[in-house]
Ligand binder design. Structure first.
Ligand code: CP3
Length: 344
């Protein structure tokens, strides 16, 4: 098998660290913007298997990373539970927010069966079109991060609504976590069954919780998801991304059973290489802002991360997604540097 990404996840040595970039498909690519203009809305693009597969593969043709990530969104899960999800230009996502525990009954996984099945067709199409040396990553948001959108109704400054609910009414919040956890397990399993080689859980707002809440709403549901996936698909690896978790990355790795962990931009690579349990694979964590700057500054930062990760299983990536204003040439320059590391 010449798949560097899967080899690294499996704990094997490779000639260079595999790489891919978070948000490698998206608005910074002219070919994405062209295709997006022809669709009526972001969600309909996500649910059009042929076009979503096209977008998934756009960065593969341009940069030859070692993995493609399914083109979709974490908010497809609340959509699959029957919520309305709208992406408004300049405003971000807007959802018909759940305002109290009596609203939980609006979520109807059974009634909405099939609403997001196009996603699984996208996975099959992409796996068929990708060569065997490229991995296909499936993904979902973590229950906590997805629920922030379901309760806040969109992006939030201080997460006051969702955190207050969790403090005030732990029982109903836990019900909600369980509903989203089950939907997430189903969503990730279906992606695996349709050809995803590995899956990633995006916990973008893990860093806003108090230590007790982090334990209950990040660690516990993540552990439940990892356990369920390990039972159903024992060979498929799970990558976790608890963005903003700081030193709680240690607990996250020790307690969830995750196979690989993605570092955000703020994590000191030498600290992570030393402190995180050795069996876990580390992904990360170049500052996406260096891709706005490009040139030797960007390469120097990249090289220093690779140096610190020597002696660890490492998948090179960014600490967060590629920004829309990133010049594609800079991404190309970085990708070329990373590909050439294997050339001696
Ligand atoms: O290339 C990839 O990484 C795969 C596709 C992907 C998207 N979103 C496409 C997208 C993935 C993995 C995501 C995850 C996602 N979505 C997260 C977690 C990762 C992170 O960034 O922390 C979150 C929090 C979301 C929710 C979301 N989706 C927001 C807040 C927004 C609006 C942001 C903005 O910049 O407008 C989206 C929309 C979105 N998801 C776009 C893309 C390419 C832009 C949509 C467009 O074309 O207008």
């Amino acid at each position: 098998m010449n798949n560097l990404f899967l080899k690294t996840l499996a704990g094997n040595k490779t000639i260079r660290p595999p790489f891919w970039f978070m948000r490698q498909a998206g608005r910074y690519l002219p070919e994405y913007r062209a295709l997006r203009e022809k669709t009526d809305g972001f969600l309909s693009l996500c649910l059009n298997s042929k076009l979503a597969c096209e977008v998934t593969l756009q960065p593969i043709s341009r940069f030859q990373p070692d993995a493609a990530i399914l083109f979709s969104d974490i908010l497809i899960v609340p959509y699959g539970l029957g919520m309305s999800v709208d992406f408004v230009e300049g405003k971000g996502p807007i959802l018909d927010a759940l305002s109290d525990s009596s609203d939980i009954k609006r979520l109807k996984p059974e009634k909405n069966k099939g609403r997001i099945d196009a996603t699984y067709e996208t996975v099959s199409l992409c796996r068929d079109r990708l060569s065997q040396d490229k991995a296909l990553i499936g993904f979902a948001g973590s229950p906590w991060t997805v629920i922030t959108y379901m309760i806040e109704g969109g992006a939030s400054k201080n997460y006051a609504k969702v955190k207050s609910w969790a403090y005030k009414d732990e029982q109903s919040f836990n019900n909600l976590i369980n509903i989203v956890t089950d939907a997430t397990i189903h969503h990730l399993s279906a992606q695996i069954e349709h050809g995803a080689d590995a899956v990633k859980l995006f916990d973008s707002w893990a860093g806003v919780l108090s230590p007790n809440q982090f334990d209950k709403w990040v660690i516990k549901p993540t552990k439940d998801i990892v356990q369920a996936l390990n039972m159903k698909h024992p060979t498929v690896k799970v990558i976790g991304f608890p963005k903003g978790a700081g030193h709680q990355y240690i607990d996250y790795v020790n307690k969830t059973g995750i196979d690989a962990v993605a570092l955000d931009t703020n994590i000191v690579p030498s600290w992570a290489a030393k402190e995180l349990e050795k069996k876990v694979v580390i992904q990360g964590n170049l500052d996406p802002i260096t891709l706005l700057v490009g040139g030797e500054t960007m390469l120097k930062e990249a090289a220093s991360i690779i140096e610190y990760m020597k002696g660890r299983q490492h998948i090179f990536n960014l600490g967060h997604g590629v920004l829309p204003e990133t010049p594609p040439e800079n991404v190309e320059y970085l990708a070329k540097f990373l590909r050439n590391l294997g050339e001696g």
